[in-house]
Ligand binder design. Structure first.
Ligand code: F3S
Length: 290
């Protein structure tokens, strides 16, 4: 069995930047992160060992502490609360998310803002916050169909949205307003990973996707691979099952944007080991047959 790793896999620019900022910050001051820095428990544990404590509400931070805002970003009131409490903020919001936030603020002055994405996801909640009260989030064409008519609509996307879904919803929104402005705020890192993963999935007998099971980005990547071939989503190498690779010629490997290289490497090594064991068994069987 041959193991092929997707060319683009693992940490995206924004996540890498956020982790680097947190690592630098914790060397100089007591550091908390507002929510886990990334959707990967192994990395969160490692950061905690380095001293970055996860909090879930800005109110939990002590005065004088330094608080990292993660790559997803937060609504503007969080910065205000932090300032009032004497908490220093290190802003690791991904610049691509910041752009979506800026556009949301501008667009809200013109009319209704619609964000295509998961309304419960912190990135979407942050963008909605920057748009003030004039914004809502939807994720399906059906939800778009149920919307009323507006004078002006600006539509933006959660950075991890599949482009096809965003386009379909933007198309539907044309029936709800005479003036539609479309801002494609989908991040290239996501698109690139999704395209490369789909192409690879077409060529392999089985795909392994590595990443946090609570990461929307990783789950989407796995769903795309599953449209093309048998796909397994795992968080660590321990979850690999050798039965997945029995009689398989080529296996593919990719990883969500919050998966560090060391975990991808571990998975690849274990897949290769399993494969060698399988080959040895086959050779023994051939030898016994002859
Ligand atoms: Fe930023 Fe794109 Fe990653 S928006 S956090 S570089 S997936």
């Amino acid at each position: 069995m041959k193991v092929i790793q997707a060319e683009k896999a693992g940490f995206c620019f924004g996540v890498k930047r956020a982790l680097d900022m947190a690592e630098r910050t914790v060397q100089n001051s007591a550091t908390v992160s507002l929510g886990p820095l990334i959707h990967n428990q192994q990395v969160v544990d490692r950061m905690e060992r380095q001293g970055v404590q996860v909090i879930h509400d800005v109110e939990e931070a002590q005065a004088g502490a330094t608080m990292i805002v993660r790559s997803h970003g937060v609504p503007p009131e969080i910065y205000q609360t932090a300032q009032n409490k004497g908490i220093q903020v290190v802003d690791a919001t991904c610049p691509f998310v910041q752009k979506a936030q800026r556009l949301a603020t501008e667009a809200s002055k013109k009319g209704q803002v619609i964000v295509v994405g998961d309304k419960h996801h912190p990135e979407v909640q942050g963008i909605l916050g920057w748009a003030g009260g004039n914004a809502l989030a939807i994720e399906t064409v059906q939800e778009a169909q149920e919307l009323p008519a507006y004078e002006h609509v600006s539509v933006l996307a959660q950075t991890t949205q599949p482009i096809a879904n965003f386009q379909r919803i933007a198309e539907e929104l044309k029936h709800h307003t005479p003036e539609l402005t479309v801002f494609n705020t989908i991040c290239n890192a996501t698109e690139e990973r999704q395209t490369v993963a789909r192409e690879l999935s077409k060529e392999v007998d089985v795909m392994v996707v590595v990443g946090g099971k609570n990461s929307a980005n990783t789950r989407k990547l796995a769903a795309i691979c599953a449209e093309e071939t048998e796909t397994h989503l795992i968080e660590t190498a321990e979850e690999l099952n050798e039965n997945w690779f029995k009689g398989i010629q080529i296996a593919g490997l990719t990883a969500g944007a919050s998966t560090p290289d060391w975990i991808i490497e571990e998975v690849k090594n274990k897949m290769t080991e399993m494969n060698e064991m399988d080959d040895n068994t086959l050779n023994m069987e051939n030898w016994a047959d002859s």
